[in-house]
Write a protein that binds this ligand. Structure first.
Ligand code: TRP
Length: 324
């Protein structure tokens, strides 16, 4: 049986775009697939950017609560927090001693981040080694990632090959990337791709009133008078409605917009109702978990126990070969 492993960044509460574009398809795959799957929250990677411990911890909780709220089956997926298995920091060091400094200087993601961020620490520079350790520690065969992470997987394969070359081909398993095509592009409130950095996102976990205010305030519409016919495509209200409402309701909204007498305010209200209807159950569960963080801890600790068993076996092999 193949083992699939992936890490999730913990940079804040997942938004509608993250949920529809990445989280739901991944949950579907891991709940129904026949492969063994490992999924972890990369909270040690987050330390490169987040130095406030409370924020770091809260981010992990809100990411975990989201995956649990949408039904991740933790009896099928080993779900854990990276920092609960500090073995990966030890492996990071070993890998670092086998990987040319020069190769790390060629990493696109480091160049990109060091241009953008003010805190350019050396953790940011050796980020690919921590990611390689995340993967190699668990003998992962396949790693689903976005295109931007492909170079990191190549580096993982590279460092594993160098080590295997010296100590024997069975020592580390070389992973294959599985490119995640964007299954569905979710538009943001301004018509561009929904993203945290553009602040054009919708947070479905907000309470009804805040969600309503944000939908009203953030989604851009033109000033066509209420009674006039409107082009549905001219605002992302309609695009967003398509992602959350049934095809019949979507058709109805487009007919009403085209007919006139139905304003963007009405459309926003219908969008709000559709979001609340579609995510009602998940919103309730999310808040339940955020109010019972001990339950999240328990789930993640159970996952970490399973992960640790694999991690320790791998580290045992590596230490022995290296002479420790
Ligand atoms: N770097 C990945 C990202 O930004 C997250 C990540 C950390 C990861 N460790 C990983 C992904 C290991 C796959 C495997 O999305």
């Amino acid at each position: 049986m193949a083992r699939i492993l992936t890490g999730i960044q913990s940079t804040g509460t997942p938004h509608l775009g993250n949920i529809l574009g990445a989280i739901l398809p991944a949950i579907e795959l891991s709940n129904t697939g026949s492969n063994e799957s490992f999924l972890f929250i990369a909270d040690m990677h987050s330390l490169t950017q987040i130095k406030n411990g409370v924020e770091l911890r809260e981010n992990t909780y809100s990411v975990a609560a989201t995956w649990l709220a949408f039904g991740l089956d933790t009896s099928k997926t080993v779900f854990y927090r990276q920092s609960d298995v500090p073995e990966c920091a030890e492996l990071t060091w070993y890998l670092s001693c086998f990987f040319p400094y020069q190769r790390l200087t060629l990493a696109h993601s480091f160049k990109d981040k060091s241009d953008r961020l003010s805190d350019v620490n050396s953790g940011l520079f050796s980020y690919p080694m921590l990611m390689a350790a995340d993967i190699l520690l668990y003998d992962a065969n396949f790693v689903p990632v976005g295109k931007d992470q492909l170079q990191h997987i190549e580096m993982t394969r590279d460092v594993a090959s160098r080590i295997n070359h010296l100590y024997g081909e069975e020592l580390l398993v070389l992973p294959e990337p599985k490119i995640q095509e964007e299954t569905q592009l979710i538009v943001g409130t301004d018509g561009e791709k929904m993203s945290k950095s553009r602040n054009n996102y919708i947070n479905v976990f907000e309470d009804d009133k805040t969600l309503k205010n944000n939908i009203n305030k953030k989604i851009i519409t033109d000033a066509t008078p209420l009674e006039d016919p409107k082009n549905p495509e001219s605002s992302s209200v309609y695009e967003l409605y398509k992602t959350v409402a049934s095809p019949q309701r979507v058709l109805k909204m487009s007919q009403k917009l085209l007919a006139g007498g139905y304003g963007w305010g009405h459309a926003k209200k219908d969008l709000l109702d559709a979001i609340i209807a579609k995510f009602g159950d998940a919103r309730e569960k999310y808040h339940y978990f955020m109010n019972h963080k001990n339950e999240i801890d328990e789930v993640l600790h159970q996952g970490a126990e399973k992960a640790k068993a694999v991690a320790q076996a791998t580290l045992g092999r590596v230490r022995e070969k290296m002479g420790y």
